[in-house]
Design a protein around this ligand. Sequence first.
Ligand SMILES: NC(=O)c1ccc[n+]([C@@H]2O[C@H](COP(=O)([O-])OP(=O)(O)OC[C@H]3O[C@@H](n4cnc5c(N)ncnc54)[C@H](O)[C@@H]3O)[C@@H](O)[C@H]2O)c1
Length: 372
Amino acid sequence: MSSSKRGSNTVGVGVIGAGVISSTYLENMTSFPDLRVLFVADLDAERARIQAEAYGVPGHGSVEELLALDEIEIVVNLTIPAVHAEVGLQILAAGKHVWSEKPLALDRRSGAQLLETARTSGLQVACAPDTMLGAGIQTAMRAITRGDIGEPLTATTMFHVSGPEAWHPNPDFLYAHGAGPLFDMGPYYVSTLVHAFGSVDRVSAVSSTARATRRIGSGPRQGEEFPVEVPTHHAALISFSGGQSAQSTFSFQNALPRWGFVEISGTEGTLVLPDPNTFDGDSRLWLFGHEEPTRIPAAGSIYGRGSGVLDLARSLRDGSSPRASGEIAAHVLDILLAISDAAESGQVIDIASRVEKPLPLPESWDPSAATL
Ligand SMILES: NC(=O)c1ccc[n+]([C@@H]2O[C@H](COP(=O)([O-])OP(=O)(O)OC[C@H]3O[C@@H](n4cnc5c(N)ncnc54)[C@H](O)[C@@H]3O)[C@@H](O)[C@H]2O)c1
């Protein structure tokens, strides 16, 4: 995208964390005309340099250098979960808005502190997953909202894989406090359920851990063994304040890979949604009395990660609230922590936080348009 196609009110963006996921963010964000990506920072300066140069970003260096740049209004936090809250607070202290990778924080107090600090500073915190804004999930949400399955009642979700150490070169953090299948993959599934049903009011769950250590399967550390600090399987029963319920499993210990399953059933039928960790994909509608499903083709934006940063940027200019809001992320964190607590204690856990069910995006929402 040449700068001549950009408007005069575009939003300056900096990125902290130049690891695996930064490539897809940088590729997309540098193509959105409403954003100007100005700087990449990492504790590892060489990693920041390589990523900045690969995507034509003018600046790279330390977090402090990034936060000192006045032109940067949004900082995209792509660090590991253990420092999401700490880095988020650093960004807010520099007077900048935060886009955070998921989960928002590792505990309720830090998540609440982030939102409260943002509120008192007049800043925004928005948070992944932004797959929720993609054509796949949005088309499904529009189908549910217009009543295709009648009154929504129940859901089943499934994420089962053997584990990410096969492909991630530094997978330790994915088996540490704040990750595991529940916190790493749960946000996609639980966010979809919150978009479909609204707030959760209580959960129960069980969990297990298959192995005490895992072995890295790729990259320079291939063959290295590392400890597993969290359960690698959770099965949860989730009940919503509107009376609906869901059963969800999150697993890094299944030899039979089956992921991306989200089925929502209502009084008239069942909707099979696309994988909530993707931006695209058709839905299928099964109605009572029909032997074959009807395909509902995905309509809307299929731009990937970074779409939520763009939505945050546009919301700063038009005064609306970002759709992948910090409040939804904090509620999702509350649910994930409650599932973890329920499995550990054997108790049913009540959830205090509440959020508004977000309205579906219009089909015409287009990250590639120059609107600012
Ligand atoms: N890898 C994926 O497929 C994927 C997909 C979706 C979301 N995510 C999320 O994105 C985040 C990053 O994942 P990743 O796979 O890119 O991890 P990664 O380990 O590959 O990269 C993280 C980067 O953050 C840097 N970093 C850590 N602490 C920092 C600090 N305090 N200041 C500056 N830099 C710091 C590290 O040096 C590293 O370069 C995680 O929250 C993860 O859940 C990852």
